[in-house]
Write a protein that binds this ligand. Sequence first.
Ligand code: ADP
Ligand code: MG
Length: 723
Amino acid sequence: MTYESRAQAIRKIIEREPIPVDPPSNFEDIWEEYVFNLSKMKQCLPKAVFKSLQRTIEAGEKLDDSIADTVASAMKNWALTKGASYYAQVFYPMTNATAEKHDGFISTQSDGTAIAEFSGNLLVQGEPDGSSFPNGGIRSTSEARGYTAWDVTSPAYLMETDNGITLCIPTVFVSWTGKPLDKKTPLLRSVAAMNKSAKRVLGLLGNSNIAPVNSSCGAEQEYFLVDEHFANLRPDLLLAGRTLFGKPAAKGQEFDDHYFGAIPERVQVFMQDVEQKMYRLGIPAKTRHNEVAPAQFEIAPIFEAANVASDHQQLTMTLLRQTAKKHGFICLLHEKPFAGINGSGKHVNWSVSNSTQGNLLDPGDSPHQNLQFLIFCAAVIRGVHEYGTLMRAVIAHAGNDHRLGANEAPPAIMSVYLGSQVEELFNNIARGELNDQYSQSGKMKLGVETLPELTKDAGDRNRTSPFAFTGNRFEFRAVGSSQSVSGPLIALNTILADSLTTIGDLLEAQLNEGKQTEDAVVAVIQQIMSKHGAVIFGGDGYSQEWQDEAQKRGLANLRTTADALSVLNQQKTIDLFEKNDVLSSEDLESRFEVYAEQYILSIEMEVKLVIDIAKTVVYPAAIKHLDNIATTVTSLEGMGVNLNRDHINAVAYLTNSLTDNIDNLQSAIAKSNFENTKEHMQYLATTICPLMQDVRADVDALEAEIADNLWPLPTYQEMLFIK
Ligand code: ADP
Ligand code: MG
């Protein structure tokens, strides 16, 4: 890394030829081209087999083992006609990544020939070597067997890469003892738990025909694009996904001219390419736009069933990264790639619905639907109040710590924003101020007839809330951009399941006293509001006043991952997940260990990078700069000309400070005797992170002093503005 390589990168970008891409196809023509969807199954499966499979997919019945061979064979034949020669069991380990094990269809025969083979056994139960996936101690390495089984509710698809086409089968991943080793298994279980308690409550509300209740998710993904020529000169971007150094550009985001501005042409071509791939894979990409920060963008799909949405979200992240490469970009999904400008989040829009009662978080336009909405919304309110710290824990990881509470993203305090209208209604009910809401017949109308006029426009959105009601769903805005949405969805569904159980009990008690449904609902909401109303907050979540107020209300403020992760091990969390059959205490313990390890590893990697770059790239540049000036100063003095030495003193001071701070960091990171994982995390959060920041402060100050033609690292200005 030298100034020359930096200058060359800029030249290459400016002289870049546009990447040839096919003109975009009509999305109707390519929609689900690469998906083995129901209509393709119908075409190629015997009727009875198809019907049986359809029941599994649509009604959640167990897959009939006897049809597996037929389905596998049809799937294989379809994949072969599309040019696939490999298949992959795709699973979702406890990292935020997607994992795949590729196998060929090839099978050699006794007569010396080879044929393509894919049996039902392989479809339903694959056996990837799970030994290298994090498992938090659930399996010892000698028992490295992990099994994958097709999640029938998420269709198989074809993935096209430079290496060819692969048939991909979304699967659950469990240990040989049946312990979940992935994020999909608990997600499916959380939906089942929510379904059970939601149906009970719907029954208590007087419904008799109640279809299965599923949770839905539409995840907005923010990301940055940086030209690969710059990224290749930034080991911090390549390895850590964020800049560990960099002086702010003269122009940041204060002009707000990037947000919803025209999308740069090269980026537009990239986006189109991503969307075409998404359509082929049946991912309903819907919106794209610039985000607040320069070089930051967003893509959002139409919402889908949580399980499918989660698989599709993982695929979207993969496609963004892969396609960016093809277009000469690096796609940064990190929560905070650049200091001083906005980071990236992933807004998880979430609701619950079924085909008979509709969206249960939609106020709807009949009084009955409004009652339903009030009860489900009350369940969410109780859930966030009871388990806000769990919601904080499931979005905890090193990257997100840079965002939460940094006045650009919601604070680490979990609260609920309802919007003024709904908030007022809940407050009125809580205070029993519903007298004017009685109609002439004396029947309570609950004020609910006014609800359909809810403002759904963006003006009523509170961008500072971590969890906001947005008209017919909640938007969990504190999720990090690089995170799997499964964790948050598992938590939300399980919390709701639990709340609906409690609310079901309360409602049942009221009904047993002989109350009318409306009166029973009002009584329950009053109980919920008096106990949990403190979690509702409509003000400015970025303000200091809220931090103080939240403390008074008893809401936790878990600032770092080190503070938040241990919530997973608390008895209250264990009880919640065990009661709802989602995860056992052993599972939670192992998840804690895995996430803690990821936190530790990622901070330690950053420390190595900081030391390395500071020592081998920045320090030599500073010395060279000092040397140049010193030589000039000396020769000028020989001529009797004296230069002011303030600058040289300042650079010398910073350079010395830099070496001191590198030394401090280096000796601090050598500590290894920790009582336990928790203590280790705390040490990194409270001692190591500030020391890294000290090194950064010196490096960024040096960047402002050292001659530009000696500075080796691409600057913020270059990375953010040259495309
Ligand atoms: P905004 O940026 O204003 O929040 P977007 O249109 O970018 O809005 O994203 C809204 C997301 O919410 C979309 O993915 C949309 O499909 C999703 N969404 C809408 N209704 C629901 C619902 N009932 N359940 C889950 N997600 C939903
Ligand atoms: Mg949004």
